[in-house]
Design a protein around this ligand. Sequence first.
Ligand code: BGC
Length: 494
Amino acid sequence: MIASKYVRIRENQGGTRGDVLCYAWREDPLTEQRPALNPPSPGPASIRNAGRGTVIITAAVAALGGLLFGYDTSVISGAMLFLRADFHLSSTQLEFAVGIALAGALAGSAVAGYGTDRWGRRTVLLATGIGFGLFSVFSGLSLGLVSFSIARFFVGACIGVASLVTPLYLAEMSPARIRGALVSLNQLAITVGIVVAYFVDYALAAGRDWRWMFITAVFPAIVLVIGMLVLPESPRWLARKGDRDRALRGFYRLGRGDEAEAELREVEQALQEEREGFLALFRPGFRMAVLVGVGLAILQQISGINTIIYYSPEILRISGYPSAKAAILAAAVIGVANVLVTILSIFLVDRLGRRFLLLFGTAGMTGALALIGYAFYRQAAGVVVFYEMIAYVVFFGIGLGPVMWLLISEIYPTKIRGKAMSLATLSVWGANWLVAGTFLSLIHAAGPAGTFWIFGFICILAFAFCFAFVPETKGKTLEAIEAHWRSFSHENSS
Ligand code: BGC
């Protein structure tokens, strides 16, 4: 057997990080076993500090994918009326123009998994940034329904891809003990994007400047592209491709210090035990992981969050809110509450764990939805509904919102993570489309009270699902989580 040997290629390059880059595995046919590693410490404290900085910057830049996701899904609401007037759209055409991005997101999430497994997380995120920039500008410059719809379809595709690759990249580059917080930056960025879109729409509405509403997305897209050009590729993906040197360098760059080698070995060992291919998704243990991911993704959407995010002014209007303007302002307050509670969740997720936040959140959502339904049933004042909607969003933002994205980025084995996440994100966008597209008809058929009680019932199911199936992943490495599913599969097969 040919073993590898960790050899010093160049010595003492001066800078601490330079030293680290000077160690690499070389083939060593004389050695049967890998020699015990003991790379001279290249100034661990400074390396670790430099690495911590890189981790945070990397996470912040990658989270721009989430910001663009949030921004581009909600910017359309403010532009809608102007589009209709300028392009002389009928209601059906307007519905088409609004919904086309969702179709793009479905398509994007379907192919993103394959792309990211093949070309790498960083490359795909980079391409997504370029796509967001280009097609946001094209949307803003479009001359009619056709060119607008084509541009928005591709913006939607970028949303779909970003919704998969952003949390995936964040999970793979994060140290286990703060992975929950770093991946949840994605959700924070989504909520910030939603609110920013709201304010941009509001500011530009006076001048009817719908074109700039779309074009504005080019600025975060440029930052994302520049950032991804200089930031490291996911070491886990590099290890999977067999590029050990770059993977190790990546872990060092991401501040793992003395633990870099051990983490890489753990990744390699897990990779050896994995069988590649789509069918691996359906092996007994991993099948369970797939079920958990897809189940959470669907439940996150069918528990009704986007009825509040997309339609809150309409809901408040039905509840008898004083004026349309007040209802729009109230929607902004709900958006800000969503951002603030997500920050709280980021502080809690690595301390209290995923399960606690999910159970607490879904229980609270159930209560809030029951009260919203009751308020409609009793025809209570609109302001009551407003407070209850805030309560609902707060419970969503503490649990199911960020934790769904976190879990689907961490529960799958490295080799199939991309494909498995495609399945989960496809479920997100499919369910989103279903709920957003049927909400107004549901209100018509079941009445507002009945509609919110239905969503409340779904939250009870979500609570039961989380209680029964979701494992605690707090503080575990991705490989330890994988081993959990594998043990499941052994039990089943024995
Ligand atoms: C959901 C989106 C939703 C957003 C609101 C995300 O986790 O996937 O559908 O619009 O949260 O904050």
